[in-house]
Structure formats: structure tokens, C-alpha cells
Design a protein around this ligand. Sequence first.
Ligand code: SAM
Length: 482
Amino acid sequence: MAIYNPSSLKAEEFINHEEILETLAYADAHKNDRALIDEILEKARPQKTATGYVCKGLSHREASVLLANDDPEVREEIYKIAEEIKLAFYGNRIVIFAPLYLSNYCVNGCLYCPYHLKNKHIPRKKLTQEEVKAEVIALQDMGHKRLAIEAGEDPKNNPIEYILDCIKTIYSVHHKNGDIRRVNVNIAATTVENYRKLKDAGIGTYILFQETYNKESYLYLHPTGPKHDYDYHTEAMDRAMAGGIDDVGLGVLFGLEGYRYEFAGLLMHAEHLEAVHGVGPHTISVPRVKKADDIDPDAFDNGIDDETFAKITACIRLAVPYTGMIISTRESEQVRSKLLRLGISQVSGGSRTSVGGYTQEERPHDTEQFDVSDQRSLDEVVRWLMENGHIPSFCTACYREGRTGDRFMSLCKSGQILNCCHPNALMTLTEYLEDYASPATKAIGYEMVERELQRIPKEKVRAIAKDHIEAIKNSNRRDFRF
Ligand code: SAM
């Protein structure tokens, strides 16, 4: 029997099944131990320091106890701390991105995904470089600066060379004032050599959802194709880091397996990355299974209601305070509104999940990966964020300044967010307002920029930011970021 060891490079040792079962039993045994709960909540709270805040985070066992507790009073306290942590380390900024589907050719047999090989009636499509260019122009015309590219796994149709060509094309398009400044990549688990090629192509985060940490369920849900190999998939982030990618994004697809099992596994994966590479995941995504072409989410037994989903999100926030958290347009405006108060730091907007969808007048469904719940335009999402007190940020400065991996984490921990990320967010928001916003969004946006500028603590930084914002408004942009 494998023994739990977060520093091991073997999947069965760092995502150890017995340890997860013991964690769930421990959480059940202690879920009503009020003294322990209070101790865990105390540990999770951000502590004020001379320069900002620090947080200890929680172990997978501690966080699992909180998740198992069902006292509404405790839940409200968890929510309160989750919001405090988000504001302490990320401020009121919300980073914006969009997915870009390159190809839905896939040789895998994933039971929850309509791109599975046996689906013979879904049209298969792969963008040509001309089509990639057209999609990028459409995305730039919406105002996007940050993309997550998506593709099925198919070594013949979507080899790494194809993905690299697409990345090159994306970075090469400069339409009007537009450019894509950060390309995150969500493609199947691959080799160290290929991860190195992705790194050399200048990618931002490498994202790979585990789907489920439960090996038995994983093997059942991925019956055929290269993705069937649980260990190869689970150990992918270590290969990505060995290939030089230091920002990696984790996630599970909630609904496939018991959520408490997934939650413990996800946090153990984060602990493993920290133990081996000295830096935890850059982001964690929380997708739920959605209706899709030949996929019925009700066919899976482990669907979770909105309240449980919110609690999972908040408990992740407490456990890994410095990790960015992403919610996509799989979720409705209502669910997203709630989660934005519980630790989410990145949202997608104006998304289309079909191959070539951005250049179509109407939202196409033929090659779509799943149903999008939040179908609002990017302009509407940006306005809604501001109406709710969040600053929509199009900033990509950390990546462009080489502040990735532990260098990003140090900034996050330094308490300098208000003197660095905050002005960068306001400058990039101003670019968006000038170039793409509707009059209503522009009006509320400029009020927000004025107000938020006053919150920059260092006078000198405030003055520089103000000067650049004026320059952007007067069509005199300089390539500047803090
Ligand atoms: N083929 C790559 C892989 O295997 O990781 C890229 C992933 S795919 C384009 C992006 C993610 O969409 C998957 O990892 C999965 O979690 C999610 N997904 C697939 N089917 C879904 C569905 N029906 N509802 C919601 N999300 C789904």
C-alpha cells in the first residue's frame, strides 16, 4: 500500500487515497468540535503586519473539517474570512480573460465531454492560422488582453507544433489598439520537452484540470485514449514545472465525484507543489459539469447545489490564500456575484466555447464544449463588476515583468498590491474604457478610476498612475506598468 508523502513525485503517494479517506473520517469525527473549529478559523484569518497582511493557510485536514461542519453561523464566519483574505491579497480587482477554442478534435473517451471520440455527429473543426487571427481580432475588438487557449487531445490533428503556431499567431496580432498580452494554455497532459516548448513560446499559466482525484472514478470516466493514464495526468504539473513553467493552474470538475473527496485531493495537490517546487498553484478553477451536446449533467451522481459550491470556494480561499481563483461563464450571473465575495479573483467574460465562435454573429452551438450560463457581453460583465465594487483588470504586468512563480507570490505577500497591482489595474481599465466601452460603462468606469486612484497609498505612485491615465485618455500611451 502506498504511503502518503507530499514530497514524492508519485501520484499515489502525494494524492494518497488512504490519506483522503482518513481525512474525511477525521473531518466527520471533528466537524462539531467547536473549539477545534474556532482554532482553525483563527489560523485562517489574515494577520496584519507592518507592511500588509500575512496568512497561514490551512492544511487539507483542517480545511476539510470546516467544509464538513454544517452550522450556518460557522459558514457565515468562513464567508467573512474568505472575503477578508481576497481583499487583503488581491484587493477589489478582478482579472478578466476569455477562452479561445482552437480545435475540438479529440481521441479521448471522457464521459462528461462532448468532444469524446465516439461522438460522431458533432462537427469537428480546427482553426487555420488565418482563422486564429480572425478570432483574435474579434476578441481584441471586445477588449480582451488575456486568453486561455483550449484544445482537445489529438496528436495527429492538434500536435504541439500546431498549438505553438497558434500561440505565435495570437501574440502577433495587433489590431487597432489591441493586443493579447498573456496566453494561458489548457491542453492535455504532455511531456517535459513539450512543456519547455510552451514555456519558450511565452505562455502564461499552464492549466490542467484533474477532473477527479479519485483514481477509480477517473479510470471509469476516462475509459479510452491517452487521458486514461491517471498517473501521467496527475503528475503533469511536476513535468510542467520541470519544463520551466512556474505558473500552473489546478481544478477539478465538480459533479463527477464526491465533493469532499475532490476538495481534499485538490488541497493535497497544492501542498505537493509547494513541498516539491517551493511554490503552490498560481490558480485554482472551480468548474461544474454542464449540459453539452450529448452530455446530461444529471447522469452524474455528485452534482452540488449552489450553497455547497459557494462553501467549497470559500474553504479553498481559506486554505490557499495566495492562489488566484477562477470562475468561468459556466456559472450564472447570480452564482458568480456570490462567489466574487468569497475569494474569486479572475472571471471570464463574453465567452464562446465553440471553435471559431467569436467571428460568428450569433452564438454557435454546433462545436460548443458546454452550455454557457452567463451569456452577457464583455461590456456588460465589466459594467456589472464595477456596479458591484470590483475593479475589472486587464493587467498582465506580472507576467510581462517576469513576476511569475514565487516572485508573484512574494509580491502577493508583500502588502504592496495597492502600490503596484492596483494602479496597473486602473491604467488597463482606462485603456479598456477609452477603446471599447459603451457610454454607460465608460461613465461608471471613469468614476471608479477617479475614486480608486485615491486609495493608492504612496503619493509618488499615485501621481505616476494619474499621469499615465491622463496620457491614455489623451491618446498618448506609453508602454508603462508598475
Ligand atoms: N483536452 C484538454 C484536457 O484533457 O485537459 C483540455 C481541456 S478541455 C478543452 C477544458 C475542460 O473543460 C476540461 O478539463 C473539463 O474539465 C471541462 N469540461 C469538459 N466537459 C465539460 C462539461 N460538460 N461541462 C463543464 N466542463 C466541461
